[in-house]
Design a protein around this ligand. Structure first.
Ligand SMILES: [Cu+2]
Length: 174
């Protein structure tokens, strides 16, 4: 059911008025998430709005539980550890975590709850974030990646929220 909703959502984007096309082309991106074995683990859609980057992550085949989801700074997903994606997207040179007084990273996002069926959805807004068009944009020369972690983000431990291993990674494609 969630997949159908997603397809409808994508259709809605495609059916946007022509006048919005240049903005949509500049402002939309997506990522296919894969695990350490290269198996599909869902996808993410990102779009630019006035208030920031709207992010929707849909996971499939992920262990049930609460998982950290971040934007990492480099658009390279080399398994099995996905360290190739670097640290969190952090153009403001802050520390990690919404609950950290010195935080937070632009790439910090709320945790995603995955159910017993292995699916989970996260919808959030990266306030003030820019996909493209500025020197602090997400889609810079080395790109960026969406990452799902093994465990929950504690929203305060620098630099990564004590969220454990990187279990699924997706290169963000504009
Ligand atoms: Cu991360």
């Amino acid at each position: 059911m969630r997949v159908s909703a997603l397809i409808l959502g994508m259709a809605a984007i495609t059916a946007a008025p022509l006048s919005a096309a240049p903005m949509a082309m500049k402002g939309g991106a997506m990522a296919d998430l894969v695990d350490a074995q290269g198996q599909t683990r869902g996808h993410a859609m990102l779009r630019q709005e006035k208030d920031g980057i709207h992010v929707m992550v849909h996971a499939v085949g992920v262990p049930a539980g609460i998982h950290a989801v971040h934007i990492h700074a480099i658009g390279t997903c080399t398994g099995p550890d996905f360290k190739s994606a670097g640290g969190h997207w952090n153009p403001g040179m802050k520390q990690h975590g919404h609950d950290n007084p010195a935080g937070q990273h632009m790439g910090d996002m709320p945790n995603m709850t995955v159910g017993a069926d292995g699916t989970g959805t996260l919808e959030t807004v990266i306030a003030g974030g820019m996909l493209a068009g500025s020197d602090t944009s997400l889609l810079d020369a080395d790109g960026a990646a969406v990452m799902i972690h093994e465990t929950a983000d504690d929203y305060k431990t620098d630099p990564a929220g004590a969220a454990g291993a990187r279990i699924a990674c997706g290169v963000i494609k504009g």
